[in-house]
Design a protein around this ligand. Structure first.
Ligand SMILES: Nc1ncnc2c1ncn2[C@@H]1O[C@H](COP(=O)(O)OP(=O)(O)O)[C@@H](O)[C@H]1O
Ligand SMILES: [Mg+2]
Length: 367
């Protein structure tokens, strides 16, 4: 059996799938061998968004979209292996997150679609998937799952660290020696900024935060959004498009006496994302020393600068400083979860997800 895994993450940003080819040593330390990103076609993104609300024969549409996603994931794996000059037989497993369309741990379920049987059929590689359900079954949120990987790989004996992942939603993991790990979703990351930018400029995201940087945050709008109860709720907690969607933003805009300029709304959304992260760190990790940022949001210079301003005195760095590319942390983390599954070792941190105990996460679809 080889020790090569492909981790695949397709997150709430709906930008596409990130695939990472990873080798693990006996201690579970990852070595990134190759990576590949495959963007979702516009109609796939639209179909995922259309599945977030209930209704309209969603079971049939979800299953058909699951087939389409399996084809995209299979192609991402194929192209990744071409880059690396390897064949499917050399890979132990694909660990695939799938695409979240509903996240309802309070109702006892979370749904990531993607026809994993089809992915196994198309790829000729064992597929491990459905990582979140077992944690939810054990009373947890099923999220965030990445902190277990981050604790295993990024802990330091002499620096009190927080790892922040800025995807569609932002989440953090506290890695302080002698204290239990905590990790939770802070609030909106790129999701609201992406949607607003797409609507007003036609571009999928605000490159480096330049558009937002040319606007001014609207104090009243920012204050109203920061009043969102989720932001004050104690962890464990997780969130997604179910809460921070266009309707949430529209509700806040409609409550203002006059509509702000679109660019000022973008600046406000950037300020909101930065505040949600910085407030969470100040509240839950008061004596923190360093913040390492991963996820696509690490490429948003204006957002990074605003977080740095709010956390003056702490070291703020992209996670590259710890040896892995920001955009691939989650894909590598899912490869790691696959490696844990193979060893029948737990993948969750109960203190993070709120589950009753450690659980082996995932389900196997043999090649
Ligand atoms: N150059 C950039 N400038 C600003 N934002 C960026 C840049 N590159 C990526 N992003 C942001 O990162 C997002 C993708 O991040 P990702 O970590 O893949 O999130 P998810 O896990 O939710 O899919 C994009 O949607 C975009 O908002
Ligand atoms: Mg992504």
């Amino acid at each position: 059996m080889t020790d090569l895994y492909i981790g695949m993450m397709s997150g709430t940003s709906l930008d596409g799938v990130d695939a990472a080819l990873v080798r693990f040593d006996a201690a579970g330390r990852p070595e990134l061998l190759a990576d590949h990103a495959l963007p979702y076609p516009d109609e796939v993104r639209a179909e995922i968004l259309a599945l977030q609300p209930r209704g309209g024969d969603e079971l049939d549409r979800g299953a058909r979209l699951g087939n389409r996603l399996a084809e995209i994931y299979a192609r991402a794996g194929r192209e990744l292996l071409e880059k690396a000059g390897l064949s499917p037989a050399q890979i132990r497993a694909v660990a695939c997150h799938g695409q979240t369309v509903r996240h309802a741990p309070h109702a006892g379920y979370t749904i990531q679609i993607g026809n994993m049987a089809r992915l196994a059929e198309l790829s000729g590689i064992d597929v491990i998937a459905d990582f979140r359900s077992r944690d939810v079954a054990a009373g947890g949120h099923g999220a965030p799952l990445v902190p277990a990987f981050q604790q295993s790989v990024f802990s330091s004996p002499d620096e009190r660290r927080v790892i922040v992942n800025i995807g569609g939603i932002s989440n953090l993991a506290r890695l302080h020696r002698g204290l239990p790990a905590i990790g939770f979703d802070c609030g909106p990351g790129n999701m609201l900024m992406d949607a607003w930018c797409r609507r007003h400029t036609g571009r999928p995201y605000d490159d480096d935060g330049r558009w937002a940087a040319g606007g001014r945050a609207h104090p009243q709008l920012l204050a109203a959004m920061l009043d969102e109860p989720y932001l004050r709720q104690p962890p464990p907690k997780s969130t997604g498009r179910d809460l921070f969607d266009d309707a949430w933003l529209e509700g806040h805009l409609a409550a203002l006496p006059a509509a702000p300029a679109p660019q000022d709304v973008q600046a406000t959304l950037l300020a909101l994302s930065a505040r949600a992260i910085a407030d969470a760190i100040l509240r839950h990790c008061p004596d923190n020393q360093a913040v390492y940022v991963c996820g696509g949001g690490a490429r948003n210079g204006a957002l990074m600068a605003e977080i740095g301003r709010l956390l003056s005195g702490q070291r703020i760095a992209a996670i590259e400083a710890l040896g892995l590319p920001a955009q691939l942390i989650e894909a590598v983390a899912f490869a790691w979860l696959g490696w844990r599954f193979d060893r029948r070792e737990s993948g969750n941190l109960p203190e993070v997800t709120g589950a009753q105990g450690p659980r082996i996460l995932g389900a196997l679809y043999p090649r």
